[in-house]
Design a protein around this ligand. Structure first.
Ligand code: PMP
Length: 404
């Protein structure tokens, strides 16, 4: 059970006003708000142990290293990775995907095939298109239906011995659909292909078990799950991370450097060149602890109730159409109101203190599929309330009356 009053008190920003109205923050799919413990973790790091990590002999450096590596272990436990060095600390999902996509350059040849889904974020499309350009590999797309669900029989047809890699999101940021990733992974493995799962939108709602899933790579961003921006993970199976070449060269990622030859550090440091976002990683660990304390089962149950309530309420508005109507979805409602541009709705309800996202949500192929320029997206978190759904409804009715 979520104690909503207690939970909301953890987030200082939820008490604020925007345009003279209490903030109703419904843009959680873009980024989550941060509880005080996470903010404190950042402040504490800079006020008590700020120093550079790894190899420093002085006490402060050792303390910072310990806190940083403890966060890695928390993340290992959360994602259930076999080894802590299978958790690479990155700048976020986009960075993590680029590490893999760049690394695969040496594994692909002309006419090899790689498979993406029709409902991906640009982060999980563009790096692979760049990979295809470098290697001559061919990008294939799993299509979707009107409900925003992947056509799994079409996926079956795309898979062959030519398939080298499949990369899909666990949850679509534009529609909220939860994709059948276990089936996607198992079928890819049957033809010998590796799989990368983009967990940017699933991680705030679902605790993934990378070993059970048997995912080769799983990527996520801290800022979607109550952590800071500019931090994320690349989980990779040990054998893949050993095979994959380093992404960036620099300090931290080497064993030995001479002008003739450089040897690379062992995992995870091989992929962690340069001084990382130390405070951010430590605070990511704090955010994971915070969310686990609330409990992902509690979070999912509460958000599902919010989603059901909000879906019913919003559909009562004449001319409102929801995109992404799968029964299997997280707390995201992407919608339009007949004859009104999403941007106009977003602008008007912002004046009433309500933060939603409008536009293509970095998923232009999804908008093209529905032949629309964009949607209004309201995305709910475990700290949102039923009263906030009512405020959204009232604001939409008001906007509609003004614009129609
Ligand atoms: N994939 C999905 C499904 C996302 O929702 C996002 C963030 N909107 C990303 C990738 C990119 O994440 P980041 O900007 O944190 O790198």
């Amino acid at each position: 059970m979520i104690d909503i009053k207690k939970v909301r008190a953890d987030f200082p920003i939820l008490n604020s006003t925007v345009n003279g109205k209490p903030l109703v923050y419904l843009d959680n799919a873009a980024t989550s708000q941060k509880p005080q413990v996470v903010i404190d973790a950042i402040v504490n790091y800079y006020t008590t142990i700020n120093s550079n990590i790894h190899r420093g002999v002085h006490t402060l450096s050792q303390k910072a290293t310990e806190a940083y590596e403890q966060a890695r272990i928390k993340l290992q436990q959360h994602f259930n990775a076999k080894k802590s060095f299978e958790i690479i600390l990155t700048a976020g999902t986009t960075h993590s995907i680029n590490i893999v996509a760049t690394g695969f350059t040496s594994f692909l040849k002309k006419n090899d095939e790689i498979i993406v889904s029709a409902m991906e974020h640009h982060s999980n499309i563009v790096p692979w298109q760049m990979l295809c350009k470098r290697t001559g590999a061919i990008l294939k797309v799993i299509p979707m239906n009107n409900e925003g669900e992947l056509l799994m029989n079409e996926y079956d047809k795309l898979l062959s011995h030519k398939t080298k890699l499949v990369f899909v999101n666990h949850v679509s940021n534009a529609l909220g659909t939860i994709n059948p990733i276990q089936e996607i992974i198992d079928k890819a493995h049957n033809v010998g292909a590796a799989v990368l799962i983009d967990g940017a939108q699933s991680c705030p709602h679902i605790k993934p078990d990378v070993q059970k899933l048997d995912a080769d790579f799983y990527v996520a961003s801290a800022h979607k799950l109550c952590g800071p921006t500019g931090v994320g993970i690349l989980y990779g199976k040990e054998e893949w991370l050993n095979k994959l070449p380093p992404y960036q060269g620099g300090g931290e990622m080497i064993k030995q450097v001479t002008f003739e030859k450089t040897t690379y550090a062992d995992l995870p440091h091989k992929f962690e060149a340069g001084t990382p976002n130390i405070a951010g990683v430590i605070a990511f660990g704090t955010a994971i602890d915070y969310m686990n304390k609330i409990g992902f089962d509690n979070i999912a149950a509460y958000e599902n109730e919010l989603l059901a309530y909000a879906t019913k309420k919003l559909l009562a508005i004449d001319g409102l159409k929801i995109y992404g109507t799968s029964k299997n979805k997280t707390s995201v409602i992407s919608f339009n109101i007949e004859n009104i541009h999403p941007y106009d709705i977003g602008t008007i309800i912002d004046k009433l203190g309500i933060a939603v996202r409008t536009g293509h949500h970095c998923a232009q192929p999804v908008m093209d599929f529905y032949k629309i320029p964009g949607t209004v997206r309201a995305s709910f978190s475990f700290y949102n309330t039923f009263e906030e759904v009512d405020l959204l409804y009232n604001a939409l009715v008001k906007a509609k009356n003004m614009l129609c």
